[in-house]
Write a protein that binds this ligand. Sequence first.
Ligand SMILES: [Fe+2]
Ligand SMILES: [Fe+2]
Length: 161
Amino acid sequence: MSQPQRKSAEATKPKTQEAIALLRADHRLVASLFEQYESAKTATKKKALVAQICMELTVHAQIEEEIFYPKVKKALKDKELVPEAVVEHATLKDLIAQIEDVEPDGEMYDAKVKVLSEYVKHHVKEEQTEIFPKVKDTKLDLVALGEELAQRKEELLSKLK
Ligand SMILES: [Fe+2]
Ligand SMILES: [Fe+2]
């Protein structure tokens, strides 16, 4: 039997998540921010959402590149999946640079956000369907890795906020 969810307790004091749960939660958060963007009506709201999306994506990509990807590459003896993911991150950063700190000024801005969202969806799908299942079959300590990711994430976010 599964334990009942204790959402309120979780909100006040987040418990440590294993690495994959942490990364998946980041993916879900960003997906929901993109959804909110779709229905946002004002430039102010759009700008605020884009600022949060860019911040979350930047930090997420950085903790993957600094901590998660190198460990995964080594554990899987991978020469393909991780390098491709790193190249995709570079494209994500290009797209982010095109909308970060830019005033939402109409259809081209919306188009850039849309393309970023589609690209993120593609990248996330590859991580979740190709990388994560393989990682689960390794001996990597995902709880320790989760702690390391969470710590670095907090550090990076505190600098940006
Ligand atoms: Fe990634
Ligand atoms: Fe990711």
